[in-house]
Design a protein around this ligand. Structure first.
Ligand SMILES: *[C@@H]1O[C@H](CO)[C@@H](O)[C@H](O)[C@H]1NC(C)=O
Ligand SMILES: *[C@@H]1O[C@H](CO)[C@@H](O)[C@H](O)[C@H]1NC(C)=O
Ligand SMILES: *[C@@H]1O[C@H](CO)[C@@H](O)[C@H](O)[C@H]1NC(C)=O
Length: 401
């Protein structure tokens, strides 16, 4: 204890301090995540735990230094080492007291359940084209570490574009045919013998299996659109040959109770991956009615077919908005579906009271405007609501008169 600056310990401390600063500055400079998004802020906060080790070491030395300075000033030996130990223990105990509950994740199975639900929903010989950290890591963990669904093949979309991925991993995915060494939208043969293939060729070569994408397909290669379509499958989507006829009743039956998800909506801190998993699982319920609604919007169809599709979308949404807490966009989707039902109610097989439809449209557009944060159409919707309200009054007057 010869003071901070002159001793060899002093130079080690300075070294640590400089390392800490360089490390923090360097990584803050290189980090390219958009921290205005809560999840990415959380990722950045959790990422650099190593620097905490240095902070702990420096705090310990700081405490020793403070104690020895105090002893020198007061000149009493009584406080001695015991006080130093006591202070250190109290500081650590306080940390535990305030943070343990937060760090005790022993009953947190949210991401685990997320991945299990997805795996369980797939056919036993399926190929899953994965994308992103959440499905990628959680599905890989269950599949490779816990041996769940051994006959499903997991293929990472992003990694399939790397030179090393298929040469090293293709042999571990028996039953999946890779028509080359690397995925790339442009099919080429390089001078070193590397052959690239596009998604369309990959799909044609693997027609013997069901193929799903979780979550979303890489935008860089649209060749699949030549002869495939994406149909909603919970959080994921299924790639089906475009010629396949879509039967809404069947698809509704297959997808409506696909997952067993019991977490409450919005019950996780948006800084956490659990919040993302929860959001995905909730929005998964909306995918089928959304898809059916989009089909109904296509021009040049028989009126009866359009009416039938709108009716399915309307009925599914109506069931969904009954939940107490649910994603805000469901209000908007349901309101739009009600409005379409109002337009086609003459052709609809199911008779729905126009007064009810108009009231529902108004109610759920209003709820949407009230709860949404950043919809550029907000003002337009507010205007439409007041217009619809006067329509409703007019309609009621007419029916009375
Ligand atoms: C951690 O949390 C679980 C459940 O949330 C609880 O049962 C357990 O007692 C906690 N552990 C400690 C050491 O407090
Ligand atoms: C996986 O495939 C093998 C070989 O085709 C088959 O024997 C086995 O029963 C399958 N396992 C499951 C869980 O479907
Ligand atoms: C659904 O999840 C709940 C809670 O996690 C569990 O108790 C229940 O057994 C599950 N049901 C099915 C059919 O998997």
């Amino acid at each position: 204890r010869h003071g901070f600056r002159r001793s060899p310990q002093g130079s080690v401390l300075w070294l640590f301090t400089v390392m800490l600063c360089l490390y923090s500055l360097f990584f803050s400079w290189r980090a390219n995540l958009d921290i205005t998004k809560p999840l990415f802020l959380g990722v950045v906060e959790r990422f650099w735990l190593q620097s905490n080790l240095v902070v702990c070491a420096l705090s310990g030395c700081g405490l020793a230094s403070v104690c020895s300075t105090l002893q020198r000033l007061i000149g009493v030996k009584v406080i001695g080492e015991r006080a130093e130990w006591l202070t250190a223990i109290v500081l650590i105990a306080l940390q535990l007291h305030f943070n343990f509950r937060n760090c005790n994740q022993s009953s947190n199975y949210v991401v685990d359940k997320f991945a299990r639900n997805i795996l369980e929903s797939m056919d036993s010989n399926a190929i899953i084209l994965m994308r992103g950290d959440l499905p990628g890591n959680s599905l890989r963990y269950l599949h490779y570490c816990e041996g769940q669904r051994p006959n499903i093949s997991l293929v990472d979309q992003e990694m399939m574009t790397y030179e090393w991925y298929l040469p090293k991993l293709a042999k571990h995915l028996p039953g999946v045919h890779f028509p080359g060494n690397r995925w790339q939208p442009m099919e080429e043969t390089f001078s070193d013998g590397t052959i690239t293939f596009n998604l369309h060729r990959f799909l044609n070569e693997n027609k013997h299996k069901e193929i799903f994408v979780c979550i979303g397909l890489h935008e860089g290669d649209p060749t699949w659109k030549w002869s495939y379509s994406l149909w909603p499958w919970g959080c994921c989507e299924k790639l089906v040959p475009s010629k396949t006829i879509f039967r809404p009743e069947d698809w509704i039956r297959v997808t409506s109770n696909m997952y067993n998800w019991t977490e409450k909506y919005g019950s996780f801190d948006p800084l956490l991956w659990e919040a993302v998993a929860n959001e995905e699982m909730w929005q998964a319920r909306m995918k089928t009615p959304f898809f059916i609604f989009e089909l109904a919007e296509r021009p040049n169809q028989a009126e009866s077919a359009t009416a039938q599709l709108y009716t399915y979308a309307y009925q599914l949404y109506q069931e969904m908005v009954k939940t107490e807490e649910h994603p805000v966009n469901w209000h908007k989707n349901y309101a739009i579906a009600c409005e379409r039902m109002l337009r086609i109610h003459a052709q609809a097989d199911v008779a729905v009271d126009p007064d009810f439809l108009l009231s529902e449209t108004i109610k759920h557009f209003s709820l949407y405007v009230e709860k949404t944060e950043d919809d550029p159409q907000k003002d337009a919707i507010t205007q439409m609501v007041s217009h619809l309200k006067s329509e409703l009054q007019r309609m009621r007057k007419l029916s009375k008169g």
